[in-house]
Design a protein around this ligand. Sequence first.
Ligand SMILES: Cc1cc2nc3c(=O)[nH]c(=O)nc-3n(C[C@H](O)[C@H](O)[C@H](O)COP(=O)(O)O)c2cc1C
Length: 219
Amino acid sequence: MPAARLLHLDASPRGERSRSRPVAQAWLEALSALVPLEITRIDLFATSLPPLGPGMIEGRYARIRGDTVDPAIARDWDRIDAIGRDFLLHDAILIATPMWNFGIPYPLKHYVDCVTQPGIAFTNDAAGNVIGHAAGRPAMIVAASAIDIATDGPLAAFDFQLSYLERWLGFIGVTDIHAMRVAPTYGPEDRVRETVGRAADAARAMAAVFAQSLNATRE
Ligand SMILES: Cc1cc2nc3c(=O)[nH]c(=O)nc-3n(C[C@H](O)[C@H](O)[C@H](O)COP(=O)(O)O)c2cc1C
């Protein structure tokens, strides 16, 4: 079987000091031992995406209407279309991200805004229903945060990170979503190291389940 194409979106600017990155890495290493992978890694803080300012957004509506668009704006929209198409070329998705002010860092949101274009990541049918074009791709989310915002805990209402990414993936058709938190990452370094180590162990175990999901989509 050919290698599975896995897209790895890394949304931490912290390099070697990142808490989400080593957990994502542990998961990737465990998954690679089970499934041959061809990994595309996008370091979102090191990636320049077309800004979605006023000209671009007016250009978006003009394109939808079929009107003429300024050539520079059209070029940037072609780039955005290519980013969306590239996203869909992958068989599986890994998102590793910190929580920033209860949500996700802006470069990850910018990437989401680039990919989630009508005709690229989704379409609406005649009845107005959304058809997500990323269906059939399993996804893994590694979500780090200083505070432990458990999904069923008292702070759950503050979670616009993991819950947002799950909803977004669902919107574009992904139904097989694997997710874990790396938390709390605040406190004495030895305690944080323990948290990251425990999360890495959990991630390795989750890789086995993910491998089954991924193989099932490729049979
Ligand atoms: C700008 C900024 C905003 C943050 N906001 C939150 C937050 O709202 N809630 C939280 O629990 N942690 C917050 N944190 C902490 C990070 O989520 C935490 O340190 C996480 O482990 C970072 O992941 P990383 O090391 O992979 O970048 C914030 C950190 C930064 C730099």
